[in-house]
Design a protein around this ligand. Structure first.
Ligand code: AMP
Length: 282
């Protein structure tokens, strides 16, 4: 397992693999890897000859008041995890390698990014689309793996690939949770013991919503109301949003008459956490 820091080195490794007729899977990450990331690496390892993991805290997808500086980083730990799960290469560039002086080209998207997390994180998806396009251009993978944990991101990337005719298969992988239900996230490390307990309100609300859908509830407002009540009962939690949207357009829908995504974002103290479910997965 190699760690490469420059675009040139990565390109020459990929070229060598391509000469040998090997397929390549890409797992884009911001590092501080956990079992959620590992599940994407496992999926790529199964379906491709070579797996590249990008490990890059992308400054462009953080707003000015967000946690770019404090975002956790541990490349030595990441290297062990990637190797243990059959990854072949980590691309770990410095910001200056990805964004040279004078960088001024962006990939942006309307509609899908103007809902859910896009409302409270206005520059986020432009940063995501731009960095993922760069990674696709550098690595030119056959397949790229994204977690359903970031459901809007998955929809946005799939839409970008369709809109811009990128010849890459996008694979969405299930949410990996802690034993008690909390969705695994690098940001869970920000939580103190009391907040960690309070954070269970996210999965509690999600599991309640899932059950209501399974029991046949079709009215979005009824499901949202119950989920909001669950979140409001936790004093350390403050809901950013609880919404039900069409799973491809990300636009709100009043009833579950088509495949939908139920997504929430909740502040636990200062930490903003997300969780969701797709009705099609129930
Ligand atoms: P991040 O490093 O947080 O940007 O995440 C990198 C990729 O891992 C994204 O596609 C995430 O959706 C995915 N991911 C993060 N946490 C989980 C999880 N708990 N289960 C499944 N995928 C995840």
């Amino acid at each position: 397992m190699k760690i490469l820091k420059t675009i040139e080195e990565v390109r020459s490794q990929i070229k060598e693999w391509r000469k040998q007729g090997l397929t390549v899977g890409l797992v884009p990450t911001m590092g501080y890897l956990h079992e959620g990331h590992a599940s994407l690496i496992d999926a790529s390892h199964k379906e491709n000859d070579k797996t590249v993991v990008s490990d890059f805290v992308n400054p462009m997808q953080f707003g000015p008041s967000e946690d770019l500086e404090s975002y956790p980083r541990d490349i030595a730990h990441d290297a062990k995890l990637v190797e243990a799960h059959g990854g072949d290469l980590i691309f770990h560039p410095e910001p200056a390698e990805m964004y040279h002086e004078g960088f001024s080209s962006f990939v942006d998207m309307t509609v899908l990014t103007q809902e859910l997390c896009g409302l409270s994180r206005p520059v986020h998806f432009r940063g995501v689309c731009t960095v993922v396009t760069k990674l696709f251009n550098i690595i030119q993978p056959d397949r790229a793996y994204f977690g359903k944990k970031d459901a809007q991101q998955l929809a946005v990337i799939q839409h970008m690939v369709d809109d811009l005719n990128m010849n890459i298969e996008i694979i969405g992988c299930p949410i990996v949770r802690e034993e008690d239900g909390l969705a695994k996230s690098s940001r869970n490390t920000y939580l103190n013991a009391e907040e960690r307990k309070a954070a269970l309100v996210l999965s509690k609300a999600i599991f309640l919503g899932m059950q209501m859908v399974k029991d046949g509830e079709k009215e979005s407002a009824v499901i949202i109301q119950k989920m909001q009540e669950t979140i409001a009962a936790e004093p350390l939690a403050k809901a950013d949003y609880v919404k039900i949207v069409d799973c491809t357009t990300m636009q709100q829908i009043p009833s579950l008459d088509r495949p939908a995504l139920c997504a929430i974002a909740v502040y636990i103290g200062k930490t903003r956490l997300i969780d969701n479910f797709f009705t099609e997965d129930l």
